[in-house]
Design a binder for this molecule. Structure first.
Ligand code: NAD
Length: 391
């Protein structure tokens, strides 16, 4: 089967879905690879490297879609709501599409994708099992977002992170507070620690405490308990507004005491909870920085504007989105390895096997034969169950 890699079209996107180093692995598994001209150049992978590894370069995007039986993208239509729609007419029945499709985003968009007949797999739906760990693109990107968030804070803050004892006196270390200690939050803790900051973190999932401590962070305990804080897949769950109000009240002191606050608290398919109000921001010292990694999902800070950096009374609120795209070389490498693991898992003699009794297939398969077929997605959008579908 032929795998096609179009150039990413979302404005400012620099990543690419496959990097040259994985091409031989795919060839060995029986695939051929075609890549749109310049697809990897913004990530540091020129066309010549793909050719050296055995891929073919095609100048026209439409030709990539025409020749390929499997299309690999980062931001497919669904997660690319700016330019992604232009790819719809290029897709066809029976073709495979694998990438970020925002499966709990807009049902209308999912219907449009389904209507092309394409068999799509949403990487966001990858189960959190040990078996699927090497295919978990969401975790790969979250890791890089956590890292980059700390660097953004470090270059914005009018302070340095580490403690220094110099002839000009002692400089106290920067204090960093991370709200939400999932994959991104844990990487933010590790990165801030490496830069010499004093780090504390909070998560409503009690299981996070040990992980925070193992990275050298102090776990901030709040005297409230979330109801069923964690779902069966390990994700944080949505809480009621009373809970969030109490959280804000209890978090106010920790927010005010820190120079940098990095927020990552999200719940799948829901707007991110507001955990920092405008009043709480006002209590921070001038020069403080908030990096809101939940910006795209509505933001954990009331003042966050998605995609923007704003300054209020000397405090900077960074709402930049798609941070993984700012480390495109390694983001592409990690993503390509996740997809290669997924493809080799699905493939038998160079053909993809869609075996619905396999958990990984069942959980990630989004559309097929003109329908939205994913049970979880159908339930989320309250669509009637399809005949013969089961969990
Ligand atoms: P996420 O991106 O969905 O959310 C980030 C964090 O925000 C979570 O830790 C969540 O508990 C927290 N959060 C949500 N609402 C909150 C609130 N109101 N207050 C405070 N915190 C709030 O989470 P994630 O990064 O995908 O990770 C979730 C868990 O899954 C982690 O424990 C992670 O280690 C685990 N995980 C396991 C695997 C695997 O086993 N293969 C893979 C990835 C992640």
């Amino acid at each position: 089967m032929i795998i096609g890699v179009p150039k990413e079209s979302y404005p400012g996107e620099r990543r690419v879905a496959l990097v040259p180093v994985v091409v031989p692995t795919l060839t060995k598994a029986g695939f051929e690879v075609v890549v749109e001209t310049g697809a990897g150049s913004d990530a540091g992978y020129p066309d010549t490297q793909y050719i050296e590894k055995g891929a073919k370069i095609l100048p026209a995007r439409a030709d990539v879609f025409r020749q390929a039986e499997i299309i690999l993208q980062l931001l497919c239509y669904g997660s690319n709501d700016v330019t992604g729609k232009a790819d719809l007419p290029l897709m066809r029945r029976g073709q495979f599409l694998i990438g970020f499709l925002r499966p709990l985003g807009s049902v209308e968009v999912l219907r449009q994708i389904a209507a092309t007949g394409v068999t799509s797999f949403a990487v966001e739906l990858m189960p959190r099992s040990t078996r699927a760990q090497s295919m978990d693109a969401l975790s790969s990107m979250a890791t890089l977002c956590g890292y980059k968030a700390v660097l953004l804070a470090a270059v914005t803050l009018p302070k340095i992170f580490p403690m220094l004892t110099t002839a000009a006196g002692t400089i106290t270390p920067t204090r960093v507070f991370v709200i939400g200690a999932g994959v991104a939050g844990l990487q933010a803790i590790a990165t801030a620690r490496r830069l010499g900051a004093v780090v504390s973190a909070y998560d409503m999932r009690p299981a996070a405490k040990e992980q925070v401590q193992s990275l050298g962070g102090r776990f901030v305990e709040l005297p409230i308990e979330a109801k069923d804080a964690q779902d069966a897949r390990g994700y944080g769950t949505a809480q009621d507004e009373d809970f969030y109000a109490k959280q804000r009240e209890l978090l106010a002191r920790a927010v005010a005491e820190n120079d940098v606050v990095i927020t990552t608290a999200v719940v799948p398919g829901k707007r991110a909870p507001v955990l920092i109000t405008a009043d709480m921001v006002k209590q921070m010292a001038p020069g403080s920085v908030i990096v809101d990694l939940a910006a795209e999902r509505g933001g954990n800070c009331e003042l966050t504007r998605a995609g923007e950096v704003i300054s209020v009374d000397g405090i900077t609120v960074i709402g930049r989105i798609n941070l993984a795209s700012q480390v495109p070389y390694h983001a592409s490498q990690m993503y390509a390895r996740n997809l290669t693991a997924f493809l080799t898992y699905l493939a038998k003699d160079g053909q993809l096997q869609v075996n619905a009794s396999d958990e990984i297939v069942r959980e990630t398969l989004l559309t097929s034969d003109g329908e939205i077929v994913n049970v979880r997605v159908r339930e989320f959008f309250k669509l009637p169950a399809l005949a013969g579908s089961s969990r």
